[in-house]
Ligand binder design. Structure first.
Ligand SMILES: [Zn+2]
Length: 140
């Protein structure tokens, strides 16, 4: 944990993003789940893209999913990421069906595989901000 010296960009703490990250702060991964049709969605938005309902709950995810895709960065676009390269921006598909852009830690980018099982972990990067990241999951 790099609390107090975390220098990378932080997510905007406003609107529905603030709600999403407030659960991360409690080490809970929650996504919007439509009260009308039951569809999960991410990134957060007001209206269900499936049925048009504005009613939803923040439903708790089991935090398990698989690697859907990724892109590896080898040249940092910002100086704050110079010590991170090479790193992969990974799209993880949760078992609930939503996909999110995230980090997969504990594995170098060149060992990622499509479909690799992963599980969530929470990185308290500052006193106020916790990021949901993933790590490879042992196959049962
Ligand atoms: Zn819906």
């Amino acid at each position: 944990m790099e609390t107090a010296k975390y220098k990378r960009l932080l997510p905007p703490m406003r609107g529905l993003a603030r709600d999403f990250y407030s659960y991360c702060k409690k080490h809970e991964l929650r996504f919007q789940k439509c009260s009308g049709c039951g569809a999960w969605r991410h990134v957060p938005r007001e209206m269900c893209p499936d049925c048009g309902s504005f009613d939803y709950q923040w439903a708790k995810s089991a935090g398990k999913g698989k690697v859907f895709s990724w892109s590896t960065t080898t040249q940092p676009m910002l100086p704050q990421f110079a010590d991170a390269v090479p790193y992969a921006t990974v799209i993880v598909e949760l078992d609930e069906g939503v996909r999110m852009a995230t980090w997969v830690v504990d594995i170098p980018p060149d060992q990622l595989q499509i479909g690799m099982p992963v599980e969530v972990l929470f990185d308290d990067v500052t006193e106020d901000v916790t990021l949901a990241k993933f790590r490879p999951r042992k196959q049962a």
